[in-house]
Design a binder for this molecule. Structure first.
Ligand code: HEM
Length: 164
């Protein structure tokens, strides 16, 4: 696949019609040091991301497959204009389906041109800003001071009324 054509994302996204449908699906993880990846590697792309190697996203022209796709043509259309890897994996496609993909490959995508979604960072996992930290600290101090103030006022009122 070294000599395959490399497409830009914008170019691929234009092919989003029933009679002209292209998909981007991450297909092949090639670990460094291996001439080619074992086929089982294709199924474990996500867990392999920390392993040194190269993850290729391939471009599939599925126009001729629209009518024959067991999941229907509509789902294929709805997966255009983005990285469709998650859509493809979520369905849990069989090995047969994966084997068929080779028929439709037309090249690779330049992954630097694929828009990435901003990742959600859970609070407390380094995602809070120092501004958030400050207001949290302020709330804790207030939670401590307010009851003490009320107690102080109550005591003051009591001593004051006793004297009278
Ligand atoms: C080149 C790409 C694709 C090929 C060759 C392909 C092939 C197949 C095949 C052979 C099946 C039958 C079930 C199986 O063997 O797993 C299937 C089912 C299905 N596919 Fe795809 N598919 C592709 C892309 C997609 C994409 C991008 C989606 C987007 C969500 C999708 C959604 C579905 C759905 C919903 C089913 C039906 C599952 C069911 O009802 O059991 N497919 N596909």
């Amino acid at each position: 696949m070294a000599s395959s054509k490399v497409y830009l994302f914008d170019e691929i996204a234009k092919h989003n019609k029933t009679n002209d449908c292209w998909l981007i699906i991450s297909g092949k993880f090639t670990p460094f040091g291996f001439p080619s990846s074992p086929s089982s590697m294709n199924c474990v792309i996500k867990s392999q991301l920390n392993y040194p190697g190269e993850l290729t996203s391939e471009v599939y022209d599925v126009t001729s497959f629209m009518d024959d796709h067991p999941g229907g043509g509509e789902v294929l259309l709805s997966s255009t204009g983005k990285d469709a890897t998650n859509d493809f994996e979520d369905v849990g496609h069989s090995d047969d389906a994966r084997g068929m993909m080779g028929k439709y490959v037309i090249g690779e995508v330049d992954i630097t041109t694929v828009p990435t979604k901003r990742l959600y960072v859970a609070p407390g996992l380094g995602g809070t800003s120092s501004k958030d930290d400050k207001s949290e600290f302020l709330i804790k101090i207030l939670q401590l001071i307010v009851p003490l103030l009320i107690l102080g006022l109550a005591l003051a009122a009591r001593t004051y009324t006793k004297k009278e």
